[in-house]
Structure formats: C-alpha cells, structure tokens
Design a protein around this ligand. Structure first.
Ligand code: GUN
Length: 278
C-alpha cells in the first residue's frame, strides 16, 4: 500500500511556523482577494483563503463583485490596490465571468504584489529559469509536499497530465528547473497510458477521473490535483485511489493532499511579498 502524501499535516506544520514569524512583524502582511461572480467552488476556495490568512495572522480582505461587473471596474480597483502601501498581495480568483478578459485583469496587477505569480513579468521569469517574485501556488505546494517526503525529482521522469496556466504549465517548468525529465500530456495526447506507465512521478491536473492503477508503473509517485464532485455528488480527484494506491509508493489523497498545500503556498507567498518590501 502506498504512503499517503498528507497535505493537511504539512500545511499545519508550515503555517504554525509562519504564524510565529508573522507575529514577530510590527506591520502585518495584507492579502486582498478579488472575487467576481457566483461560482460556488470559487466561493469555497476564497472563504478558505480568508480563514487560513486569519489563522496565520495575515490581514485579508475579500472584495466581492457581481457576475455582471465591468472589466474596467476590476482593473481600476487593482490599480488602486497597486498604489495602496498597506496591501502586499493581490489575488484575482479564477475563473472570471466570461465577458471579462482574464489576461487584461491579471496584467493590471503589479508584479511585486502578484501573489499567484501569473503576471507576464513573473511568468517570463519562471520560463526563462530566472527568479520571479513568487512561484504559482499549486505547483509550489506540490514541490513542497514531494520535498517533505524526501521524494527525489532530479533525473526522474515526471509526467504532468494537464497544461493549464494555473497548474500544468508552470509545474512542468518548475520540475524542469529541478532537473526532472518532463512529459506534458493533455486532451490531444495519444496513448496516455503508454506514457504514464513510464512515469516515476505522475501529477494529474485535469478535473476528470482519468488515472487508474493499471496505467501506473510499480512504485511510482502519484499526485492528484483534480478536485470535483462526481455524479453522486461525492468529492473526487483525477486518480482512482483504490487501484492506484496498490501500485504506487506514494499517493496524495483528495481531499487532504494538494488542496491544503495550495493554501499553504498562498500564505507563504503573501509573507514573501511582504518581506520584499521591508
Ligand atoms: N482558481 C483555482 N485555482 C486558482 C489559483 O491558484 N489562483 C487563482 N487566482 N484562482 C484560482
């Protein structure tokens, strides 16, 4: 049976330490989250962000907009926050309502306060193997989790399933920067199972139940980024846990694996951006 990559346990350990660090600051780091629309998953994620910021001693503010908000209203608010010295980190919760250009809104965030690492400045730093202000939260959290369990990345064949801007794409680059041999698979990939069978580390981030035990190499490491409700309303990941945990050496559960690590990275990134202003 595979060892569980326990994201909750690591979250609690990292955030306990971070809380002590934040308590030692005279001025407190402040995170502002912009939420536009009524997406129910986004509301839960944002509430979680607020809750863990509070637990860590980080000041947080959530600014809510209705789903018909104008793009210019969001951009004007971001410009205001960029100029507000009391704000150290800005996050625009994705997805945005479909009439709004995600790129225009994200690009309005000053790179120094871009807590997701999604602005062109930070992305170009990452993809040119230079140092961004911060690294995107989910990939950063996954690497923290692998490091915690002493899982070597260098020279390993890492297969990333999914090429999203939030997870798959930056994660592939971060694994490359750690000297993994990286394959990125996506919806057009042929013979997915043939490729996953050769993976030492497989990280799936597509939001569909696609990875089964029979697609895995013995003793590989499996990280499940997917989180969605299945037909019966039960929380599920990309990976079939029962069959995969019999083959893998390590596996992250859903919930309790990558999700808590994303929150952890967000808190770490907020404090890192704050510290750069000191
Ligand atoms: N929506 C789902 N994941 C994320 C994330 O990491 N950052 C932002 N801004 N929105 C998201």
């Amino acid at each position: 049976m595979a060892i569980i990559l326990d994201g909750k346990k690591l979250r609690d350990k990292i955030l306990d330490n971070l809380k002590d660090k934040v308590a030692s600051f005279q001025i407190k780091p402040k995170l502002v989250v912009i939420l536009a629309g009524e997406d129910s998953a986004s509301k839960i994620y944002v509430e979680n962000k607020r809750k863990f910021a509070h637990k860590t001693g980080i000041i947080s503010e959530v600014i809510n907009y209705s789903s018909d908000v104008k793009e210019s209203v969001l951009i004007d608010k971001i410009k205001e926050l960029n100029n507000d010295q009391s704000v150290h980190a800005i996050l625009v919760q994705l997805p945005l309502p479909s009439h709004i250009s995600k790129d225009k809104v994200i690009n309005a965030i000053t790179p120094e306060k871009d807590v997701d690492g999604f602005t062109p400045y930070n992305t170009s730093k990452l993809f040119s193997c230079d140092i961004p202000y911060v690294y995107p939260c989910t990939p950063k959290g996954i690497l923290l989790l692998l490091d915690e369990y002493g899982i070597d990345i260098e020279g390993k064949h890492a297969v990333v399933v999914g090429r999203s801007q939030i997870v798959g794409h930056p994660l592939a680059q971060m694994l490359l920067n750690r000297n993994a041999t990286v394959t990125v698979c996506h919806s057009h990939t042929k013979n997915l199972a043939q490729i996953t069978k050769t993976a030492d580390i497989i990280i799936s981030a597509v939001g569909k139940n696609i990875i089964k035990g029979e697609m895995l190499k013995s003793d590989c490491v499996v990280v499940d980024v997917g989180i969605f409700k299945d037909e019966s309303g039960k929380l599920s990941g990309d990976v079939d846990f029962d069959s995969s945990s019999k083959i893998a050496s390590y596996i992250s559960p859903v919930p309790g694996g990558v999700g808590p690590m994303t929150i952890t990275s967000l808190m770490l990134n907020t404090v890192e951006l704050f510290e750069k202003t000191l």
